[in-house]
Design a binder for this molecule. Structure first.
Ligand code: 9D3
Length: 247
């Protein structure tokens, strides 16, 4: 899969994506990433990418032409099936389902805005979708683009190591994770749960499922309302709730 990011800060995107899973996926040829700077598509002496908003008010707006010309080059670098997504606070909130669908694309072009955003005609004429990473304010679209690239890359075949992918395939999806422990057995008088030392893998699987559904019920009941639990998960949740109510 190929990602192209339109950004005034190409080094911010390229350098961050060179670490970890996204870095390794590029080395393995599973993903390609290029950044395109609208400033390189200006023609005036000061390489102007922004201007004052019509109607007045604070801040600056990114001009149409440098974005449009940068987008043309990003399209030329890929397939004619590219999807163009503008990252903005007004966008559709991203979900795992949206990202899973996007992981089937050949080319995803992400537009990272700065200042107050981009000229609305660029959104209307040049972009297919508008995505948000959540209801809070960040300073520009670059970190949002990195979130999207990271989350999609993890879904591509071969991008994760064997240990990670086994975990991703596990049955607890749509639920919070179960708790993890490593050595030593005691920390400040707090022990690792006995079952994890028992060597009984059926018991361990049951305990982990119970913790996953139980913690989801405690911390994110909104996730449970949307989800259909298996009979086994229902049973383990009832045990978890009973135990909490006894304590
Ligand atoms: C403080 C400026 N705001 C005026 C009321 C509007 C505003 C403009 C530009 C707020 C944020 C931004 C920059 N944000 C993004 O580019 C962005 C974003 C976000 O802020 N939150 C969630 N998802 C995203 S995706 C891109």
């Amino acid at each position: 899969m190929r990602f192209d990011v339109l950004t005034l800060f190409p080094e911010m995107v390229v350098s961050a994506a060179s670490y970890g899973i996204t870095g390794r996926a590029q080395e393995r040829g599973i993903v390609e990433l290029s950044a395109w700077n609208p400033r390189d598509y200006t023609h005036d002496k000061h390489r102007t990418v922004d201007d004052r908003p019509y109607g007045g008010g604070p801040g600056m707006v990114m001009k149409y032409q440098p974005l449009h010309d940068a987008l043309n080059d990003a399209r030329l670098a890929g397939s004619d099936s590219a999807k163009v997504v503008y990252l903005s606070p007004q966008g559709k909130p991203i979900t795992q389902a949206l990202l899973t669908e996007a992981s089937g694309l050949q080319q995803l072009i992400l537009v990272a805005g700065r200042y107050e955003g981009v000229d609305e005609r660029f959104v209307e004429l040049d972009c297919d979708e508008e995505w948000s990473i959540g209801d809070y304010v960040i300073s520009g679209g670059e970190l949002a683009a990195l979130v999207v690239i990271d989350a999609i890359t993890r879904l591509l075949p071969g991008a994760l190591g064997d240990e990670d992918s086994a975990q991703q395939d596990s049955h607890v999806d749509g639920l919070l994770d179960y708790p993890h422990f490593t050595r030593p057995e005691q920390v400040e008088g707090v022990a690792v749960p006995d079952v994890l030392l028992s060597g009984n893998h059926a018991d361990i699987d049951r305990w982990r499922t119970k913790q996953a559904v139980g913690r989801t019920w405690q911390k994110r009941p909104d996730l449970l309302e949307k989800k259909v639990l298996t009979a086994e998960q229902e049973k383990l949740l009832k045990e978890f709730v009973n135990q909490v109510e006894l304590n």
